[in-house]
Design a protein around this ligand. Structure first.
Ligand SMILES: NC(=O)c1ccc[n+]([C@@H]2O[C@H](COP(=O)([O-])OP(=O)(O)OC[C@H]3O[C@@H](n4cnc5c(N)ncnc54)[C@H](OP(=O)(O)O)[C@@H]3O)[C@@H](O)[C@H]2O)c1
Length: 246
């Protein structure tokens, strides 16, 4: 596969794992991030060394339309097209709602939800023209059950459910699938930075009594984007959470 795959927020954490998995499949990879240059450089080097993949690093804040437009232009200049978009970039800024600063609300919504909108908006003309595309939006179990202090994050992540379904209907006749993967607690990224007591409490509540492995996430995402067997799956929210939410 020589598909061109953009993974937003792929300089570290889950996005890095997804980018590595697509590189292993032979894809050309776009590493996107917003602030930490060294992480992006390291990830790109690792991908090149391990999988000899072609990699483009693009620093762009997905919440800013002009930066997204510039990112897509750079990718078209380098690779000529876009086949796969993984809307993975995400942040959390936690607070009880009655104490929440509006900036916390706005930053989380604009990265997690508006970011997915902007990247989707600007890759779809390319996918519509070539009559093929795969989009996966990375959501969270928190958007399904809610947790204390994360109403902004939960709203952004459940917003992705409706966004996925609406877009999936609009592009289904162009051979473009759009799905959403709602992750439980995964052994990577922001989960590793949570306070230990919260991680232990989550573990007690997960029927499988363990966190998800990054490979379990990447296998699903790669399947949705590369396998012929997934070509009739669109507009779905797929849960991968060890039974935490059923
Ligand atoms: N880890 C989990 O257990 C878990 C569970 C459920 C859902 N998720 C979801 O999985 C996704 C990845 O999370 P993670 O745990 O891997 O988080 P992470 O380790 O914090 O990584 C976040 C990535 O997003 C980038 N990023 C942040 N803001 C951005 C922006 N405005 N524009 C472009 N890139 C941006 C970061 O790079 P810079 O910092 O350099 O910008 C980084 O590459 C998120 O959507 C998260 O909600 C994670």
């Amino acid at each position: 596969m020589k598909k061109v795959c953009i993974v937003t927020g792929s300089s570290r954490g889950i996005g890095k794992g997804i980018a590595m998995a697509f590189a292993k499949e032979g894809a050309r990879i776009v590493i996107n991030y917003c602030s930490h240059d060294a992480d992006a450089r390291e990830t790109a080097d690792e991908i090149t060394k391990q999988h000899h993949a072609e990699v483009e690093i693009v620093k762009a804040d997905v919440s800013k339309e002009e930066e997204v437009i510039e990112m897509i232009k750079n990718i078209k200049d380098r690779f000529g097209t876009v086949d796969i978009l993984i809307n993975n970039a995400g942040i959390h800024k936690d607070s009880m709602v009655w104490k929440m600063n509006s900036s916390f609300w706005n930053e989380v919504m604009s990265t997690n939800l508006t970011g997915a909108f902007l990247c989707t908006k600007h890759v779809l003309p390319i996918m519509r023209e070539k009559l093929w595309g795969r989009i996966v939006n990375i959501s969270s179990v928190v958007g399904q059950i809610g947790t204390f202090g994360t109403c902004n994050y939960a709203a952004s992540k459940s917003g992705l459910f409706g966004f996925t379904k609406g877009v999936a209907k609009e592009v289904a006749d162009k051979n473009i699938t759009v799905n959403c993967v709602a992750l439980g607690y995964i052994d990577a990224g922001m989960n590793l930075r949570l306070p230990e007591e919260i991680r232990q409490k989550a573990l007690q509540d997960i029927p499988m009594k363990r966190f998800g492995k990054i490979g379990e996430v990447t296998d699903l995402v790669v399947f949705l984007c590369t396998s012929e067997a997934s070509s009739y799956i669109t507009g779905q929210v797929i849960h991968i959470n060890g039974g935490y939410y059923m």
